[in-house]
Design a protein around this ligand. Sequence first.
Ligand code: ADP
Length: 248
Amino acid sequence: MSILSVEDLSFRYNSVEILSNISFSVNYGDYIGLVGPNGSGKTTLIKVILGLFKPDKGNVSLFGVNPLNFKDRHRIGYLPQRTLFNPYFPATVKEIVSLGLLSKKKAPGKFDKSEEGMIGEAIRLMDVLDIKDTLIGELSGGQHQRVLVARAIVNEPDLLILDEPTTALDPETREIFFHNLQDLNKNKNTTIILVTHDIGSIGKYASKLLYLDKGIIFYGSFENFCSSKDMGSYFGEFAQHLICHRHD
Ligand code: ADP
């Protein structure tokens, strides 16, 4: 069953067409790597999907609803590309993660037992238990990203969208981060759309590849991408192999 479907979508900034005739659908439990050159429209596509921009043409259905009218925001966890965060803000990791619950909370105040349980689970899943009482200003880049994802998943969203979360991470931390997301996808059945530049490693973790360059160049499983002659001619065999490479 599809969680998201996009049909013949086009979008312009002023008169310049950025997205052109895009159609695809995402099923519950998919883990999609959204890849493409700089300026290929990845962030714009995410913003249209989330209802932050209105398409010029076509339809988007998010949980069966037009995103412009979508109300159940807690069903989606979203980590935008540049998350502005004052590193001197005097809050601990646990406090930052618990902020993710506020959108659902009716009255401010203490968290009840089930909310405390959700906070604990997000902290465990993103592997930040040992630093839960550390101030966020004292974290490394990798720890910081994991805390932001924990905040985005504390509501137990059905769909998690992350826009280039690994840009500031070193390769080893990045692999651990991708692995944590894969656990979340497998164990909680969270559907994930991950915008990334890491075409050399995403194939190890994600189940599908969406390659965008204004239009969709490829959408499907990595297995199909790897065996596609068309993709071999489009990218060249070396680049195709790099994207396919699962390092195992
Ligand atoms: P990507 O995420 O793949 O790098 P973007 O979706 O950010 O691509 O941008 C796609 C294109 O749209 C780029 O050419 C970019 O310069 C242009 N663009 C992005 N934001 C705006 C804006 N607010 N106004 C006009 N053009 C924009």
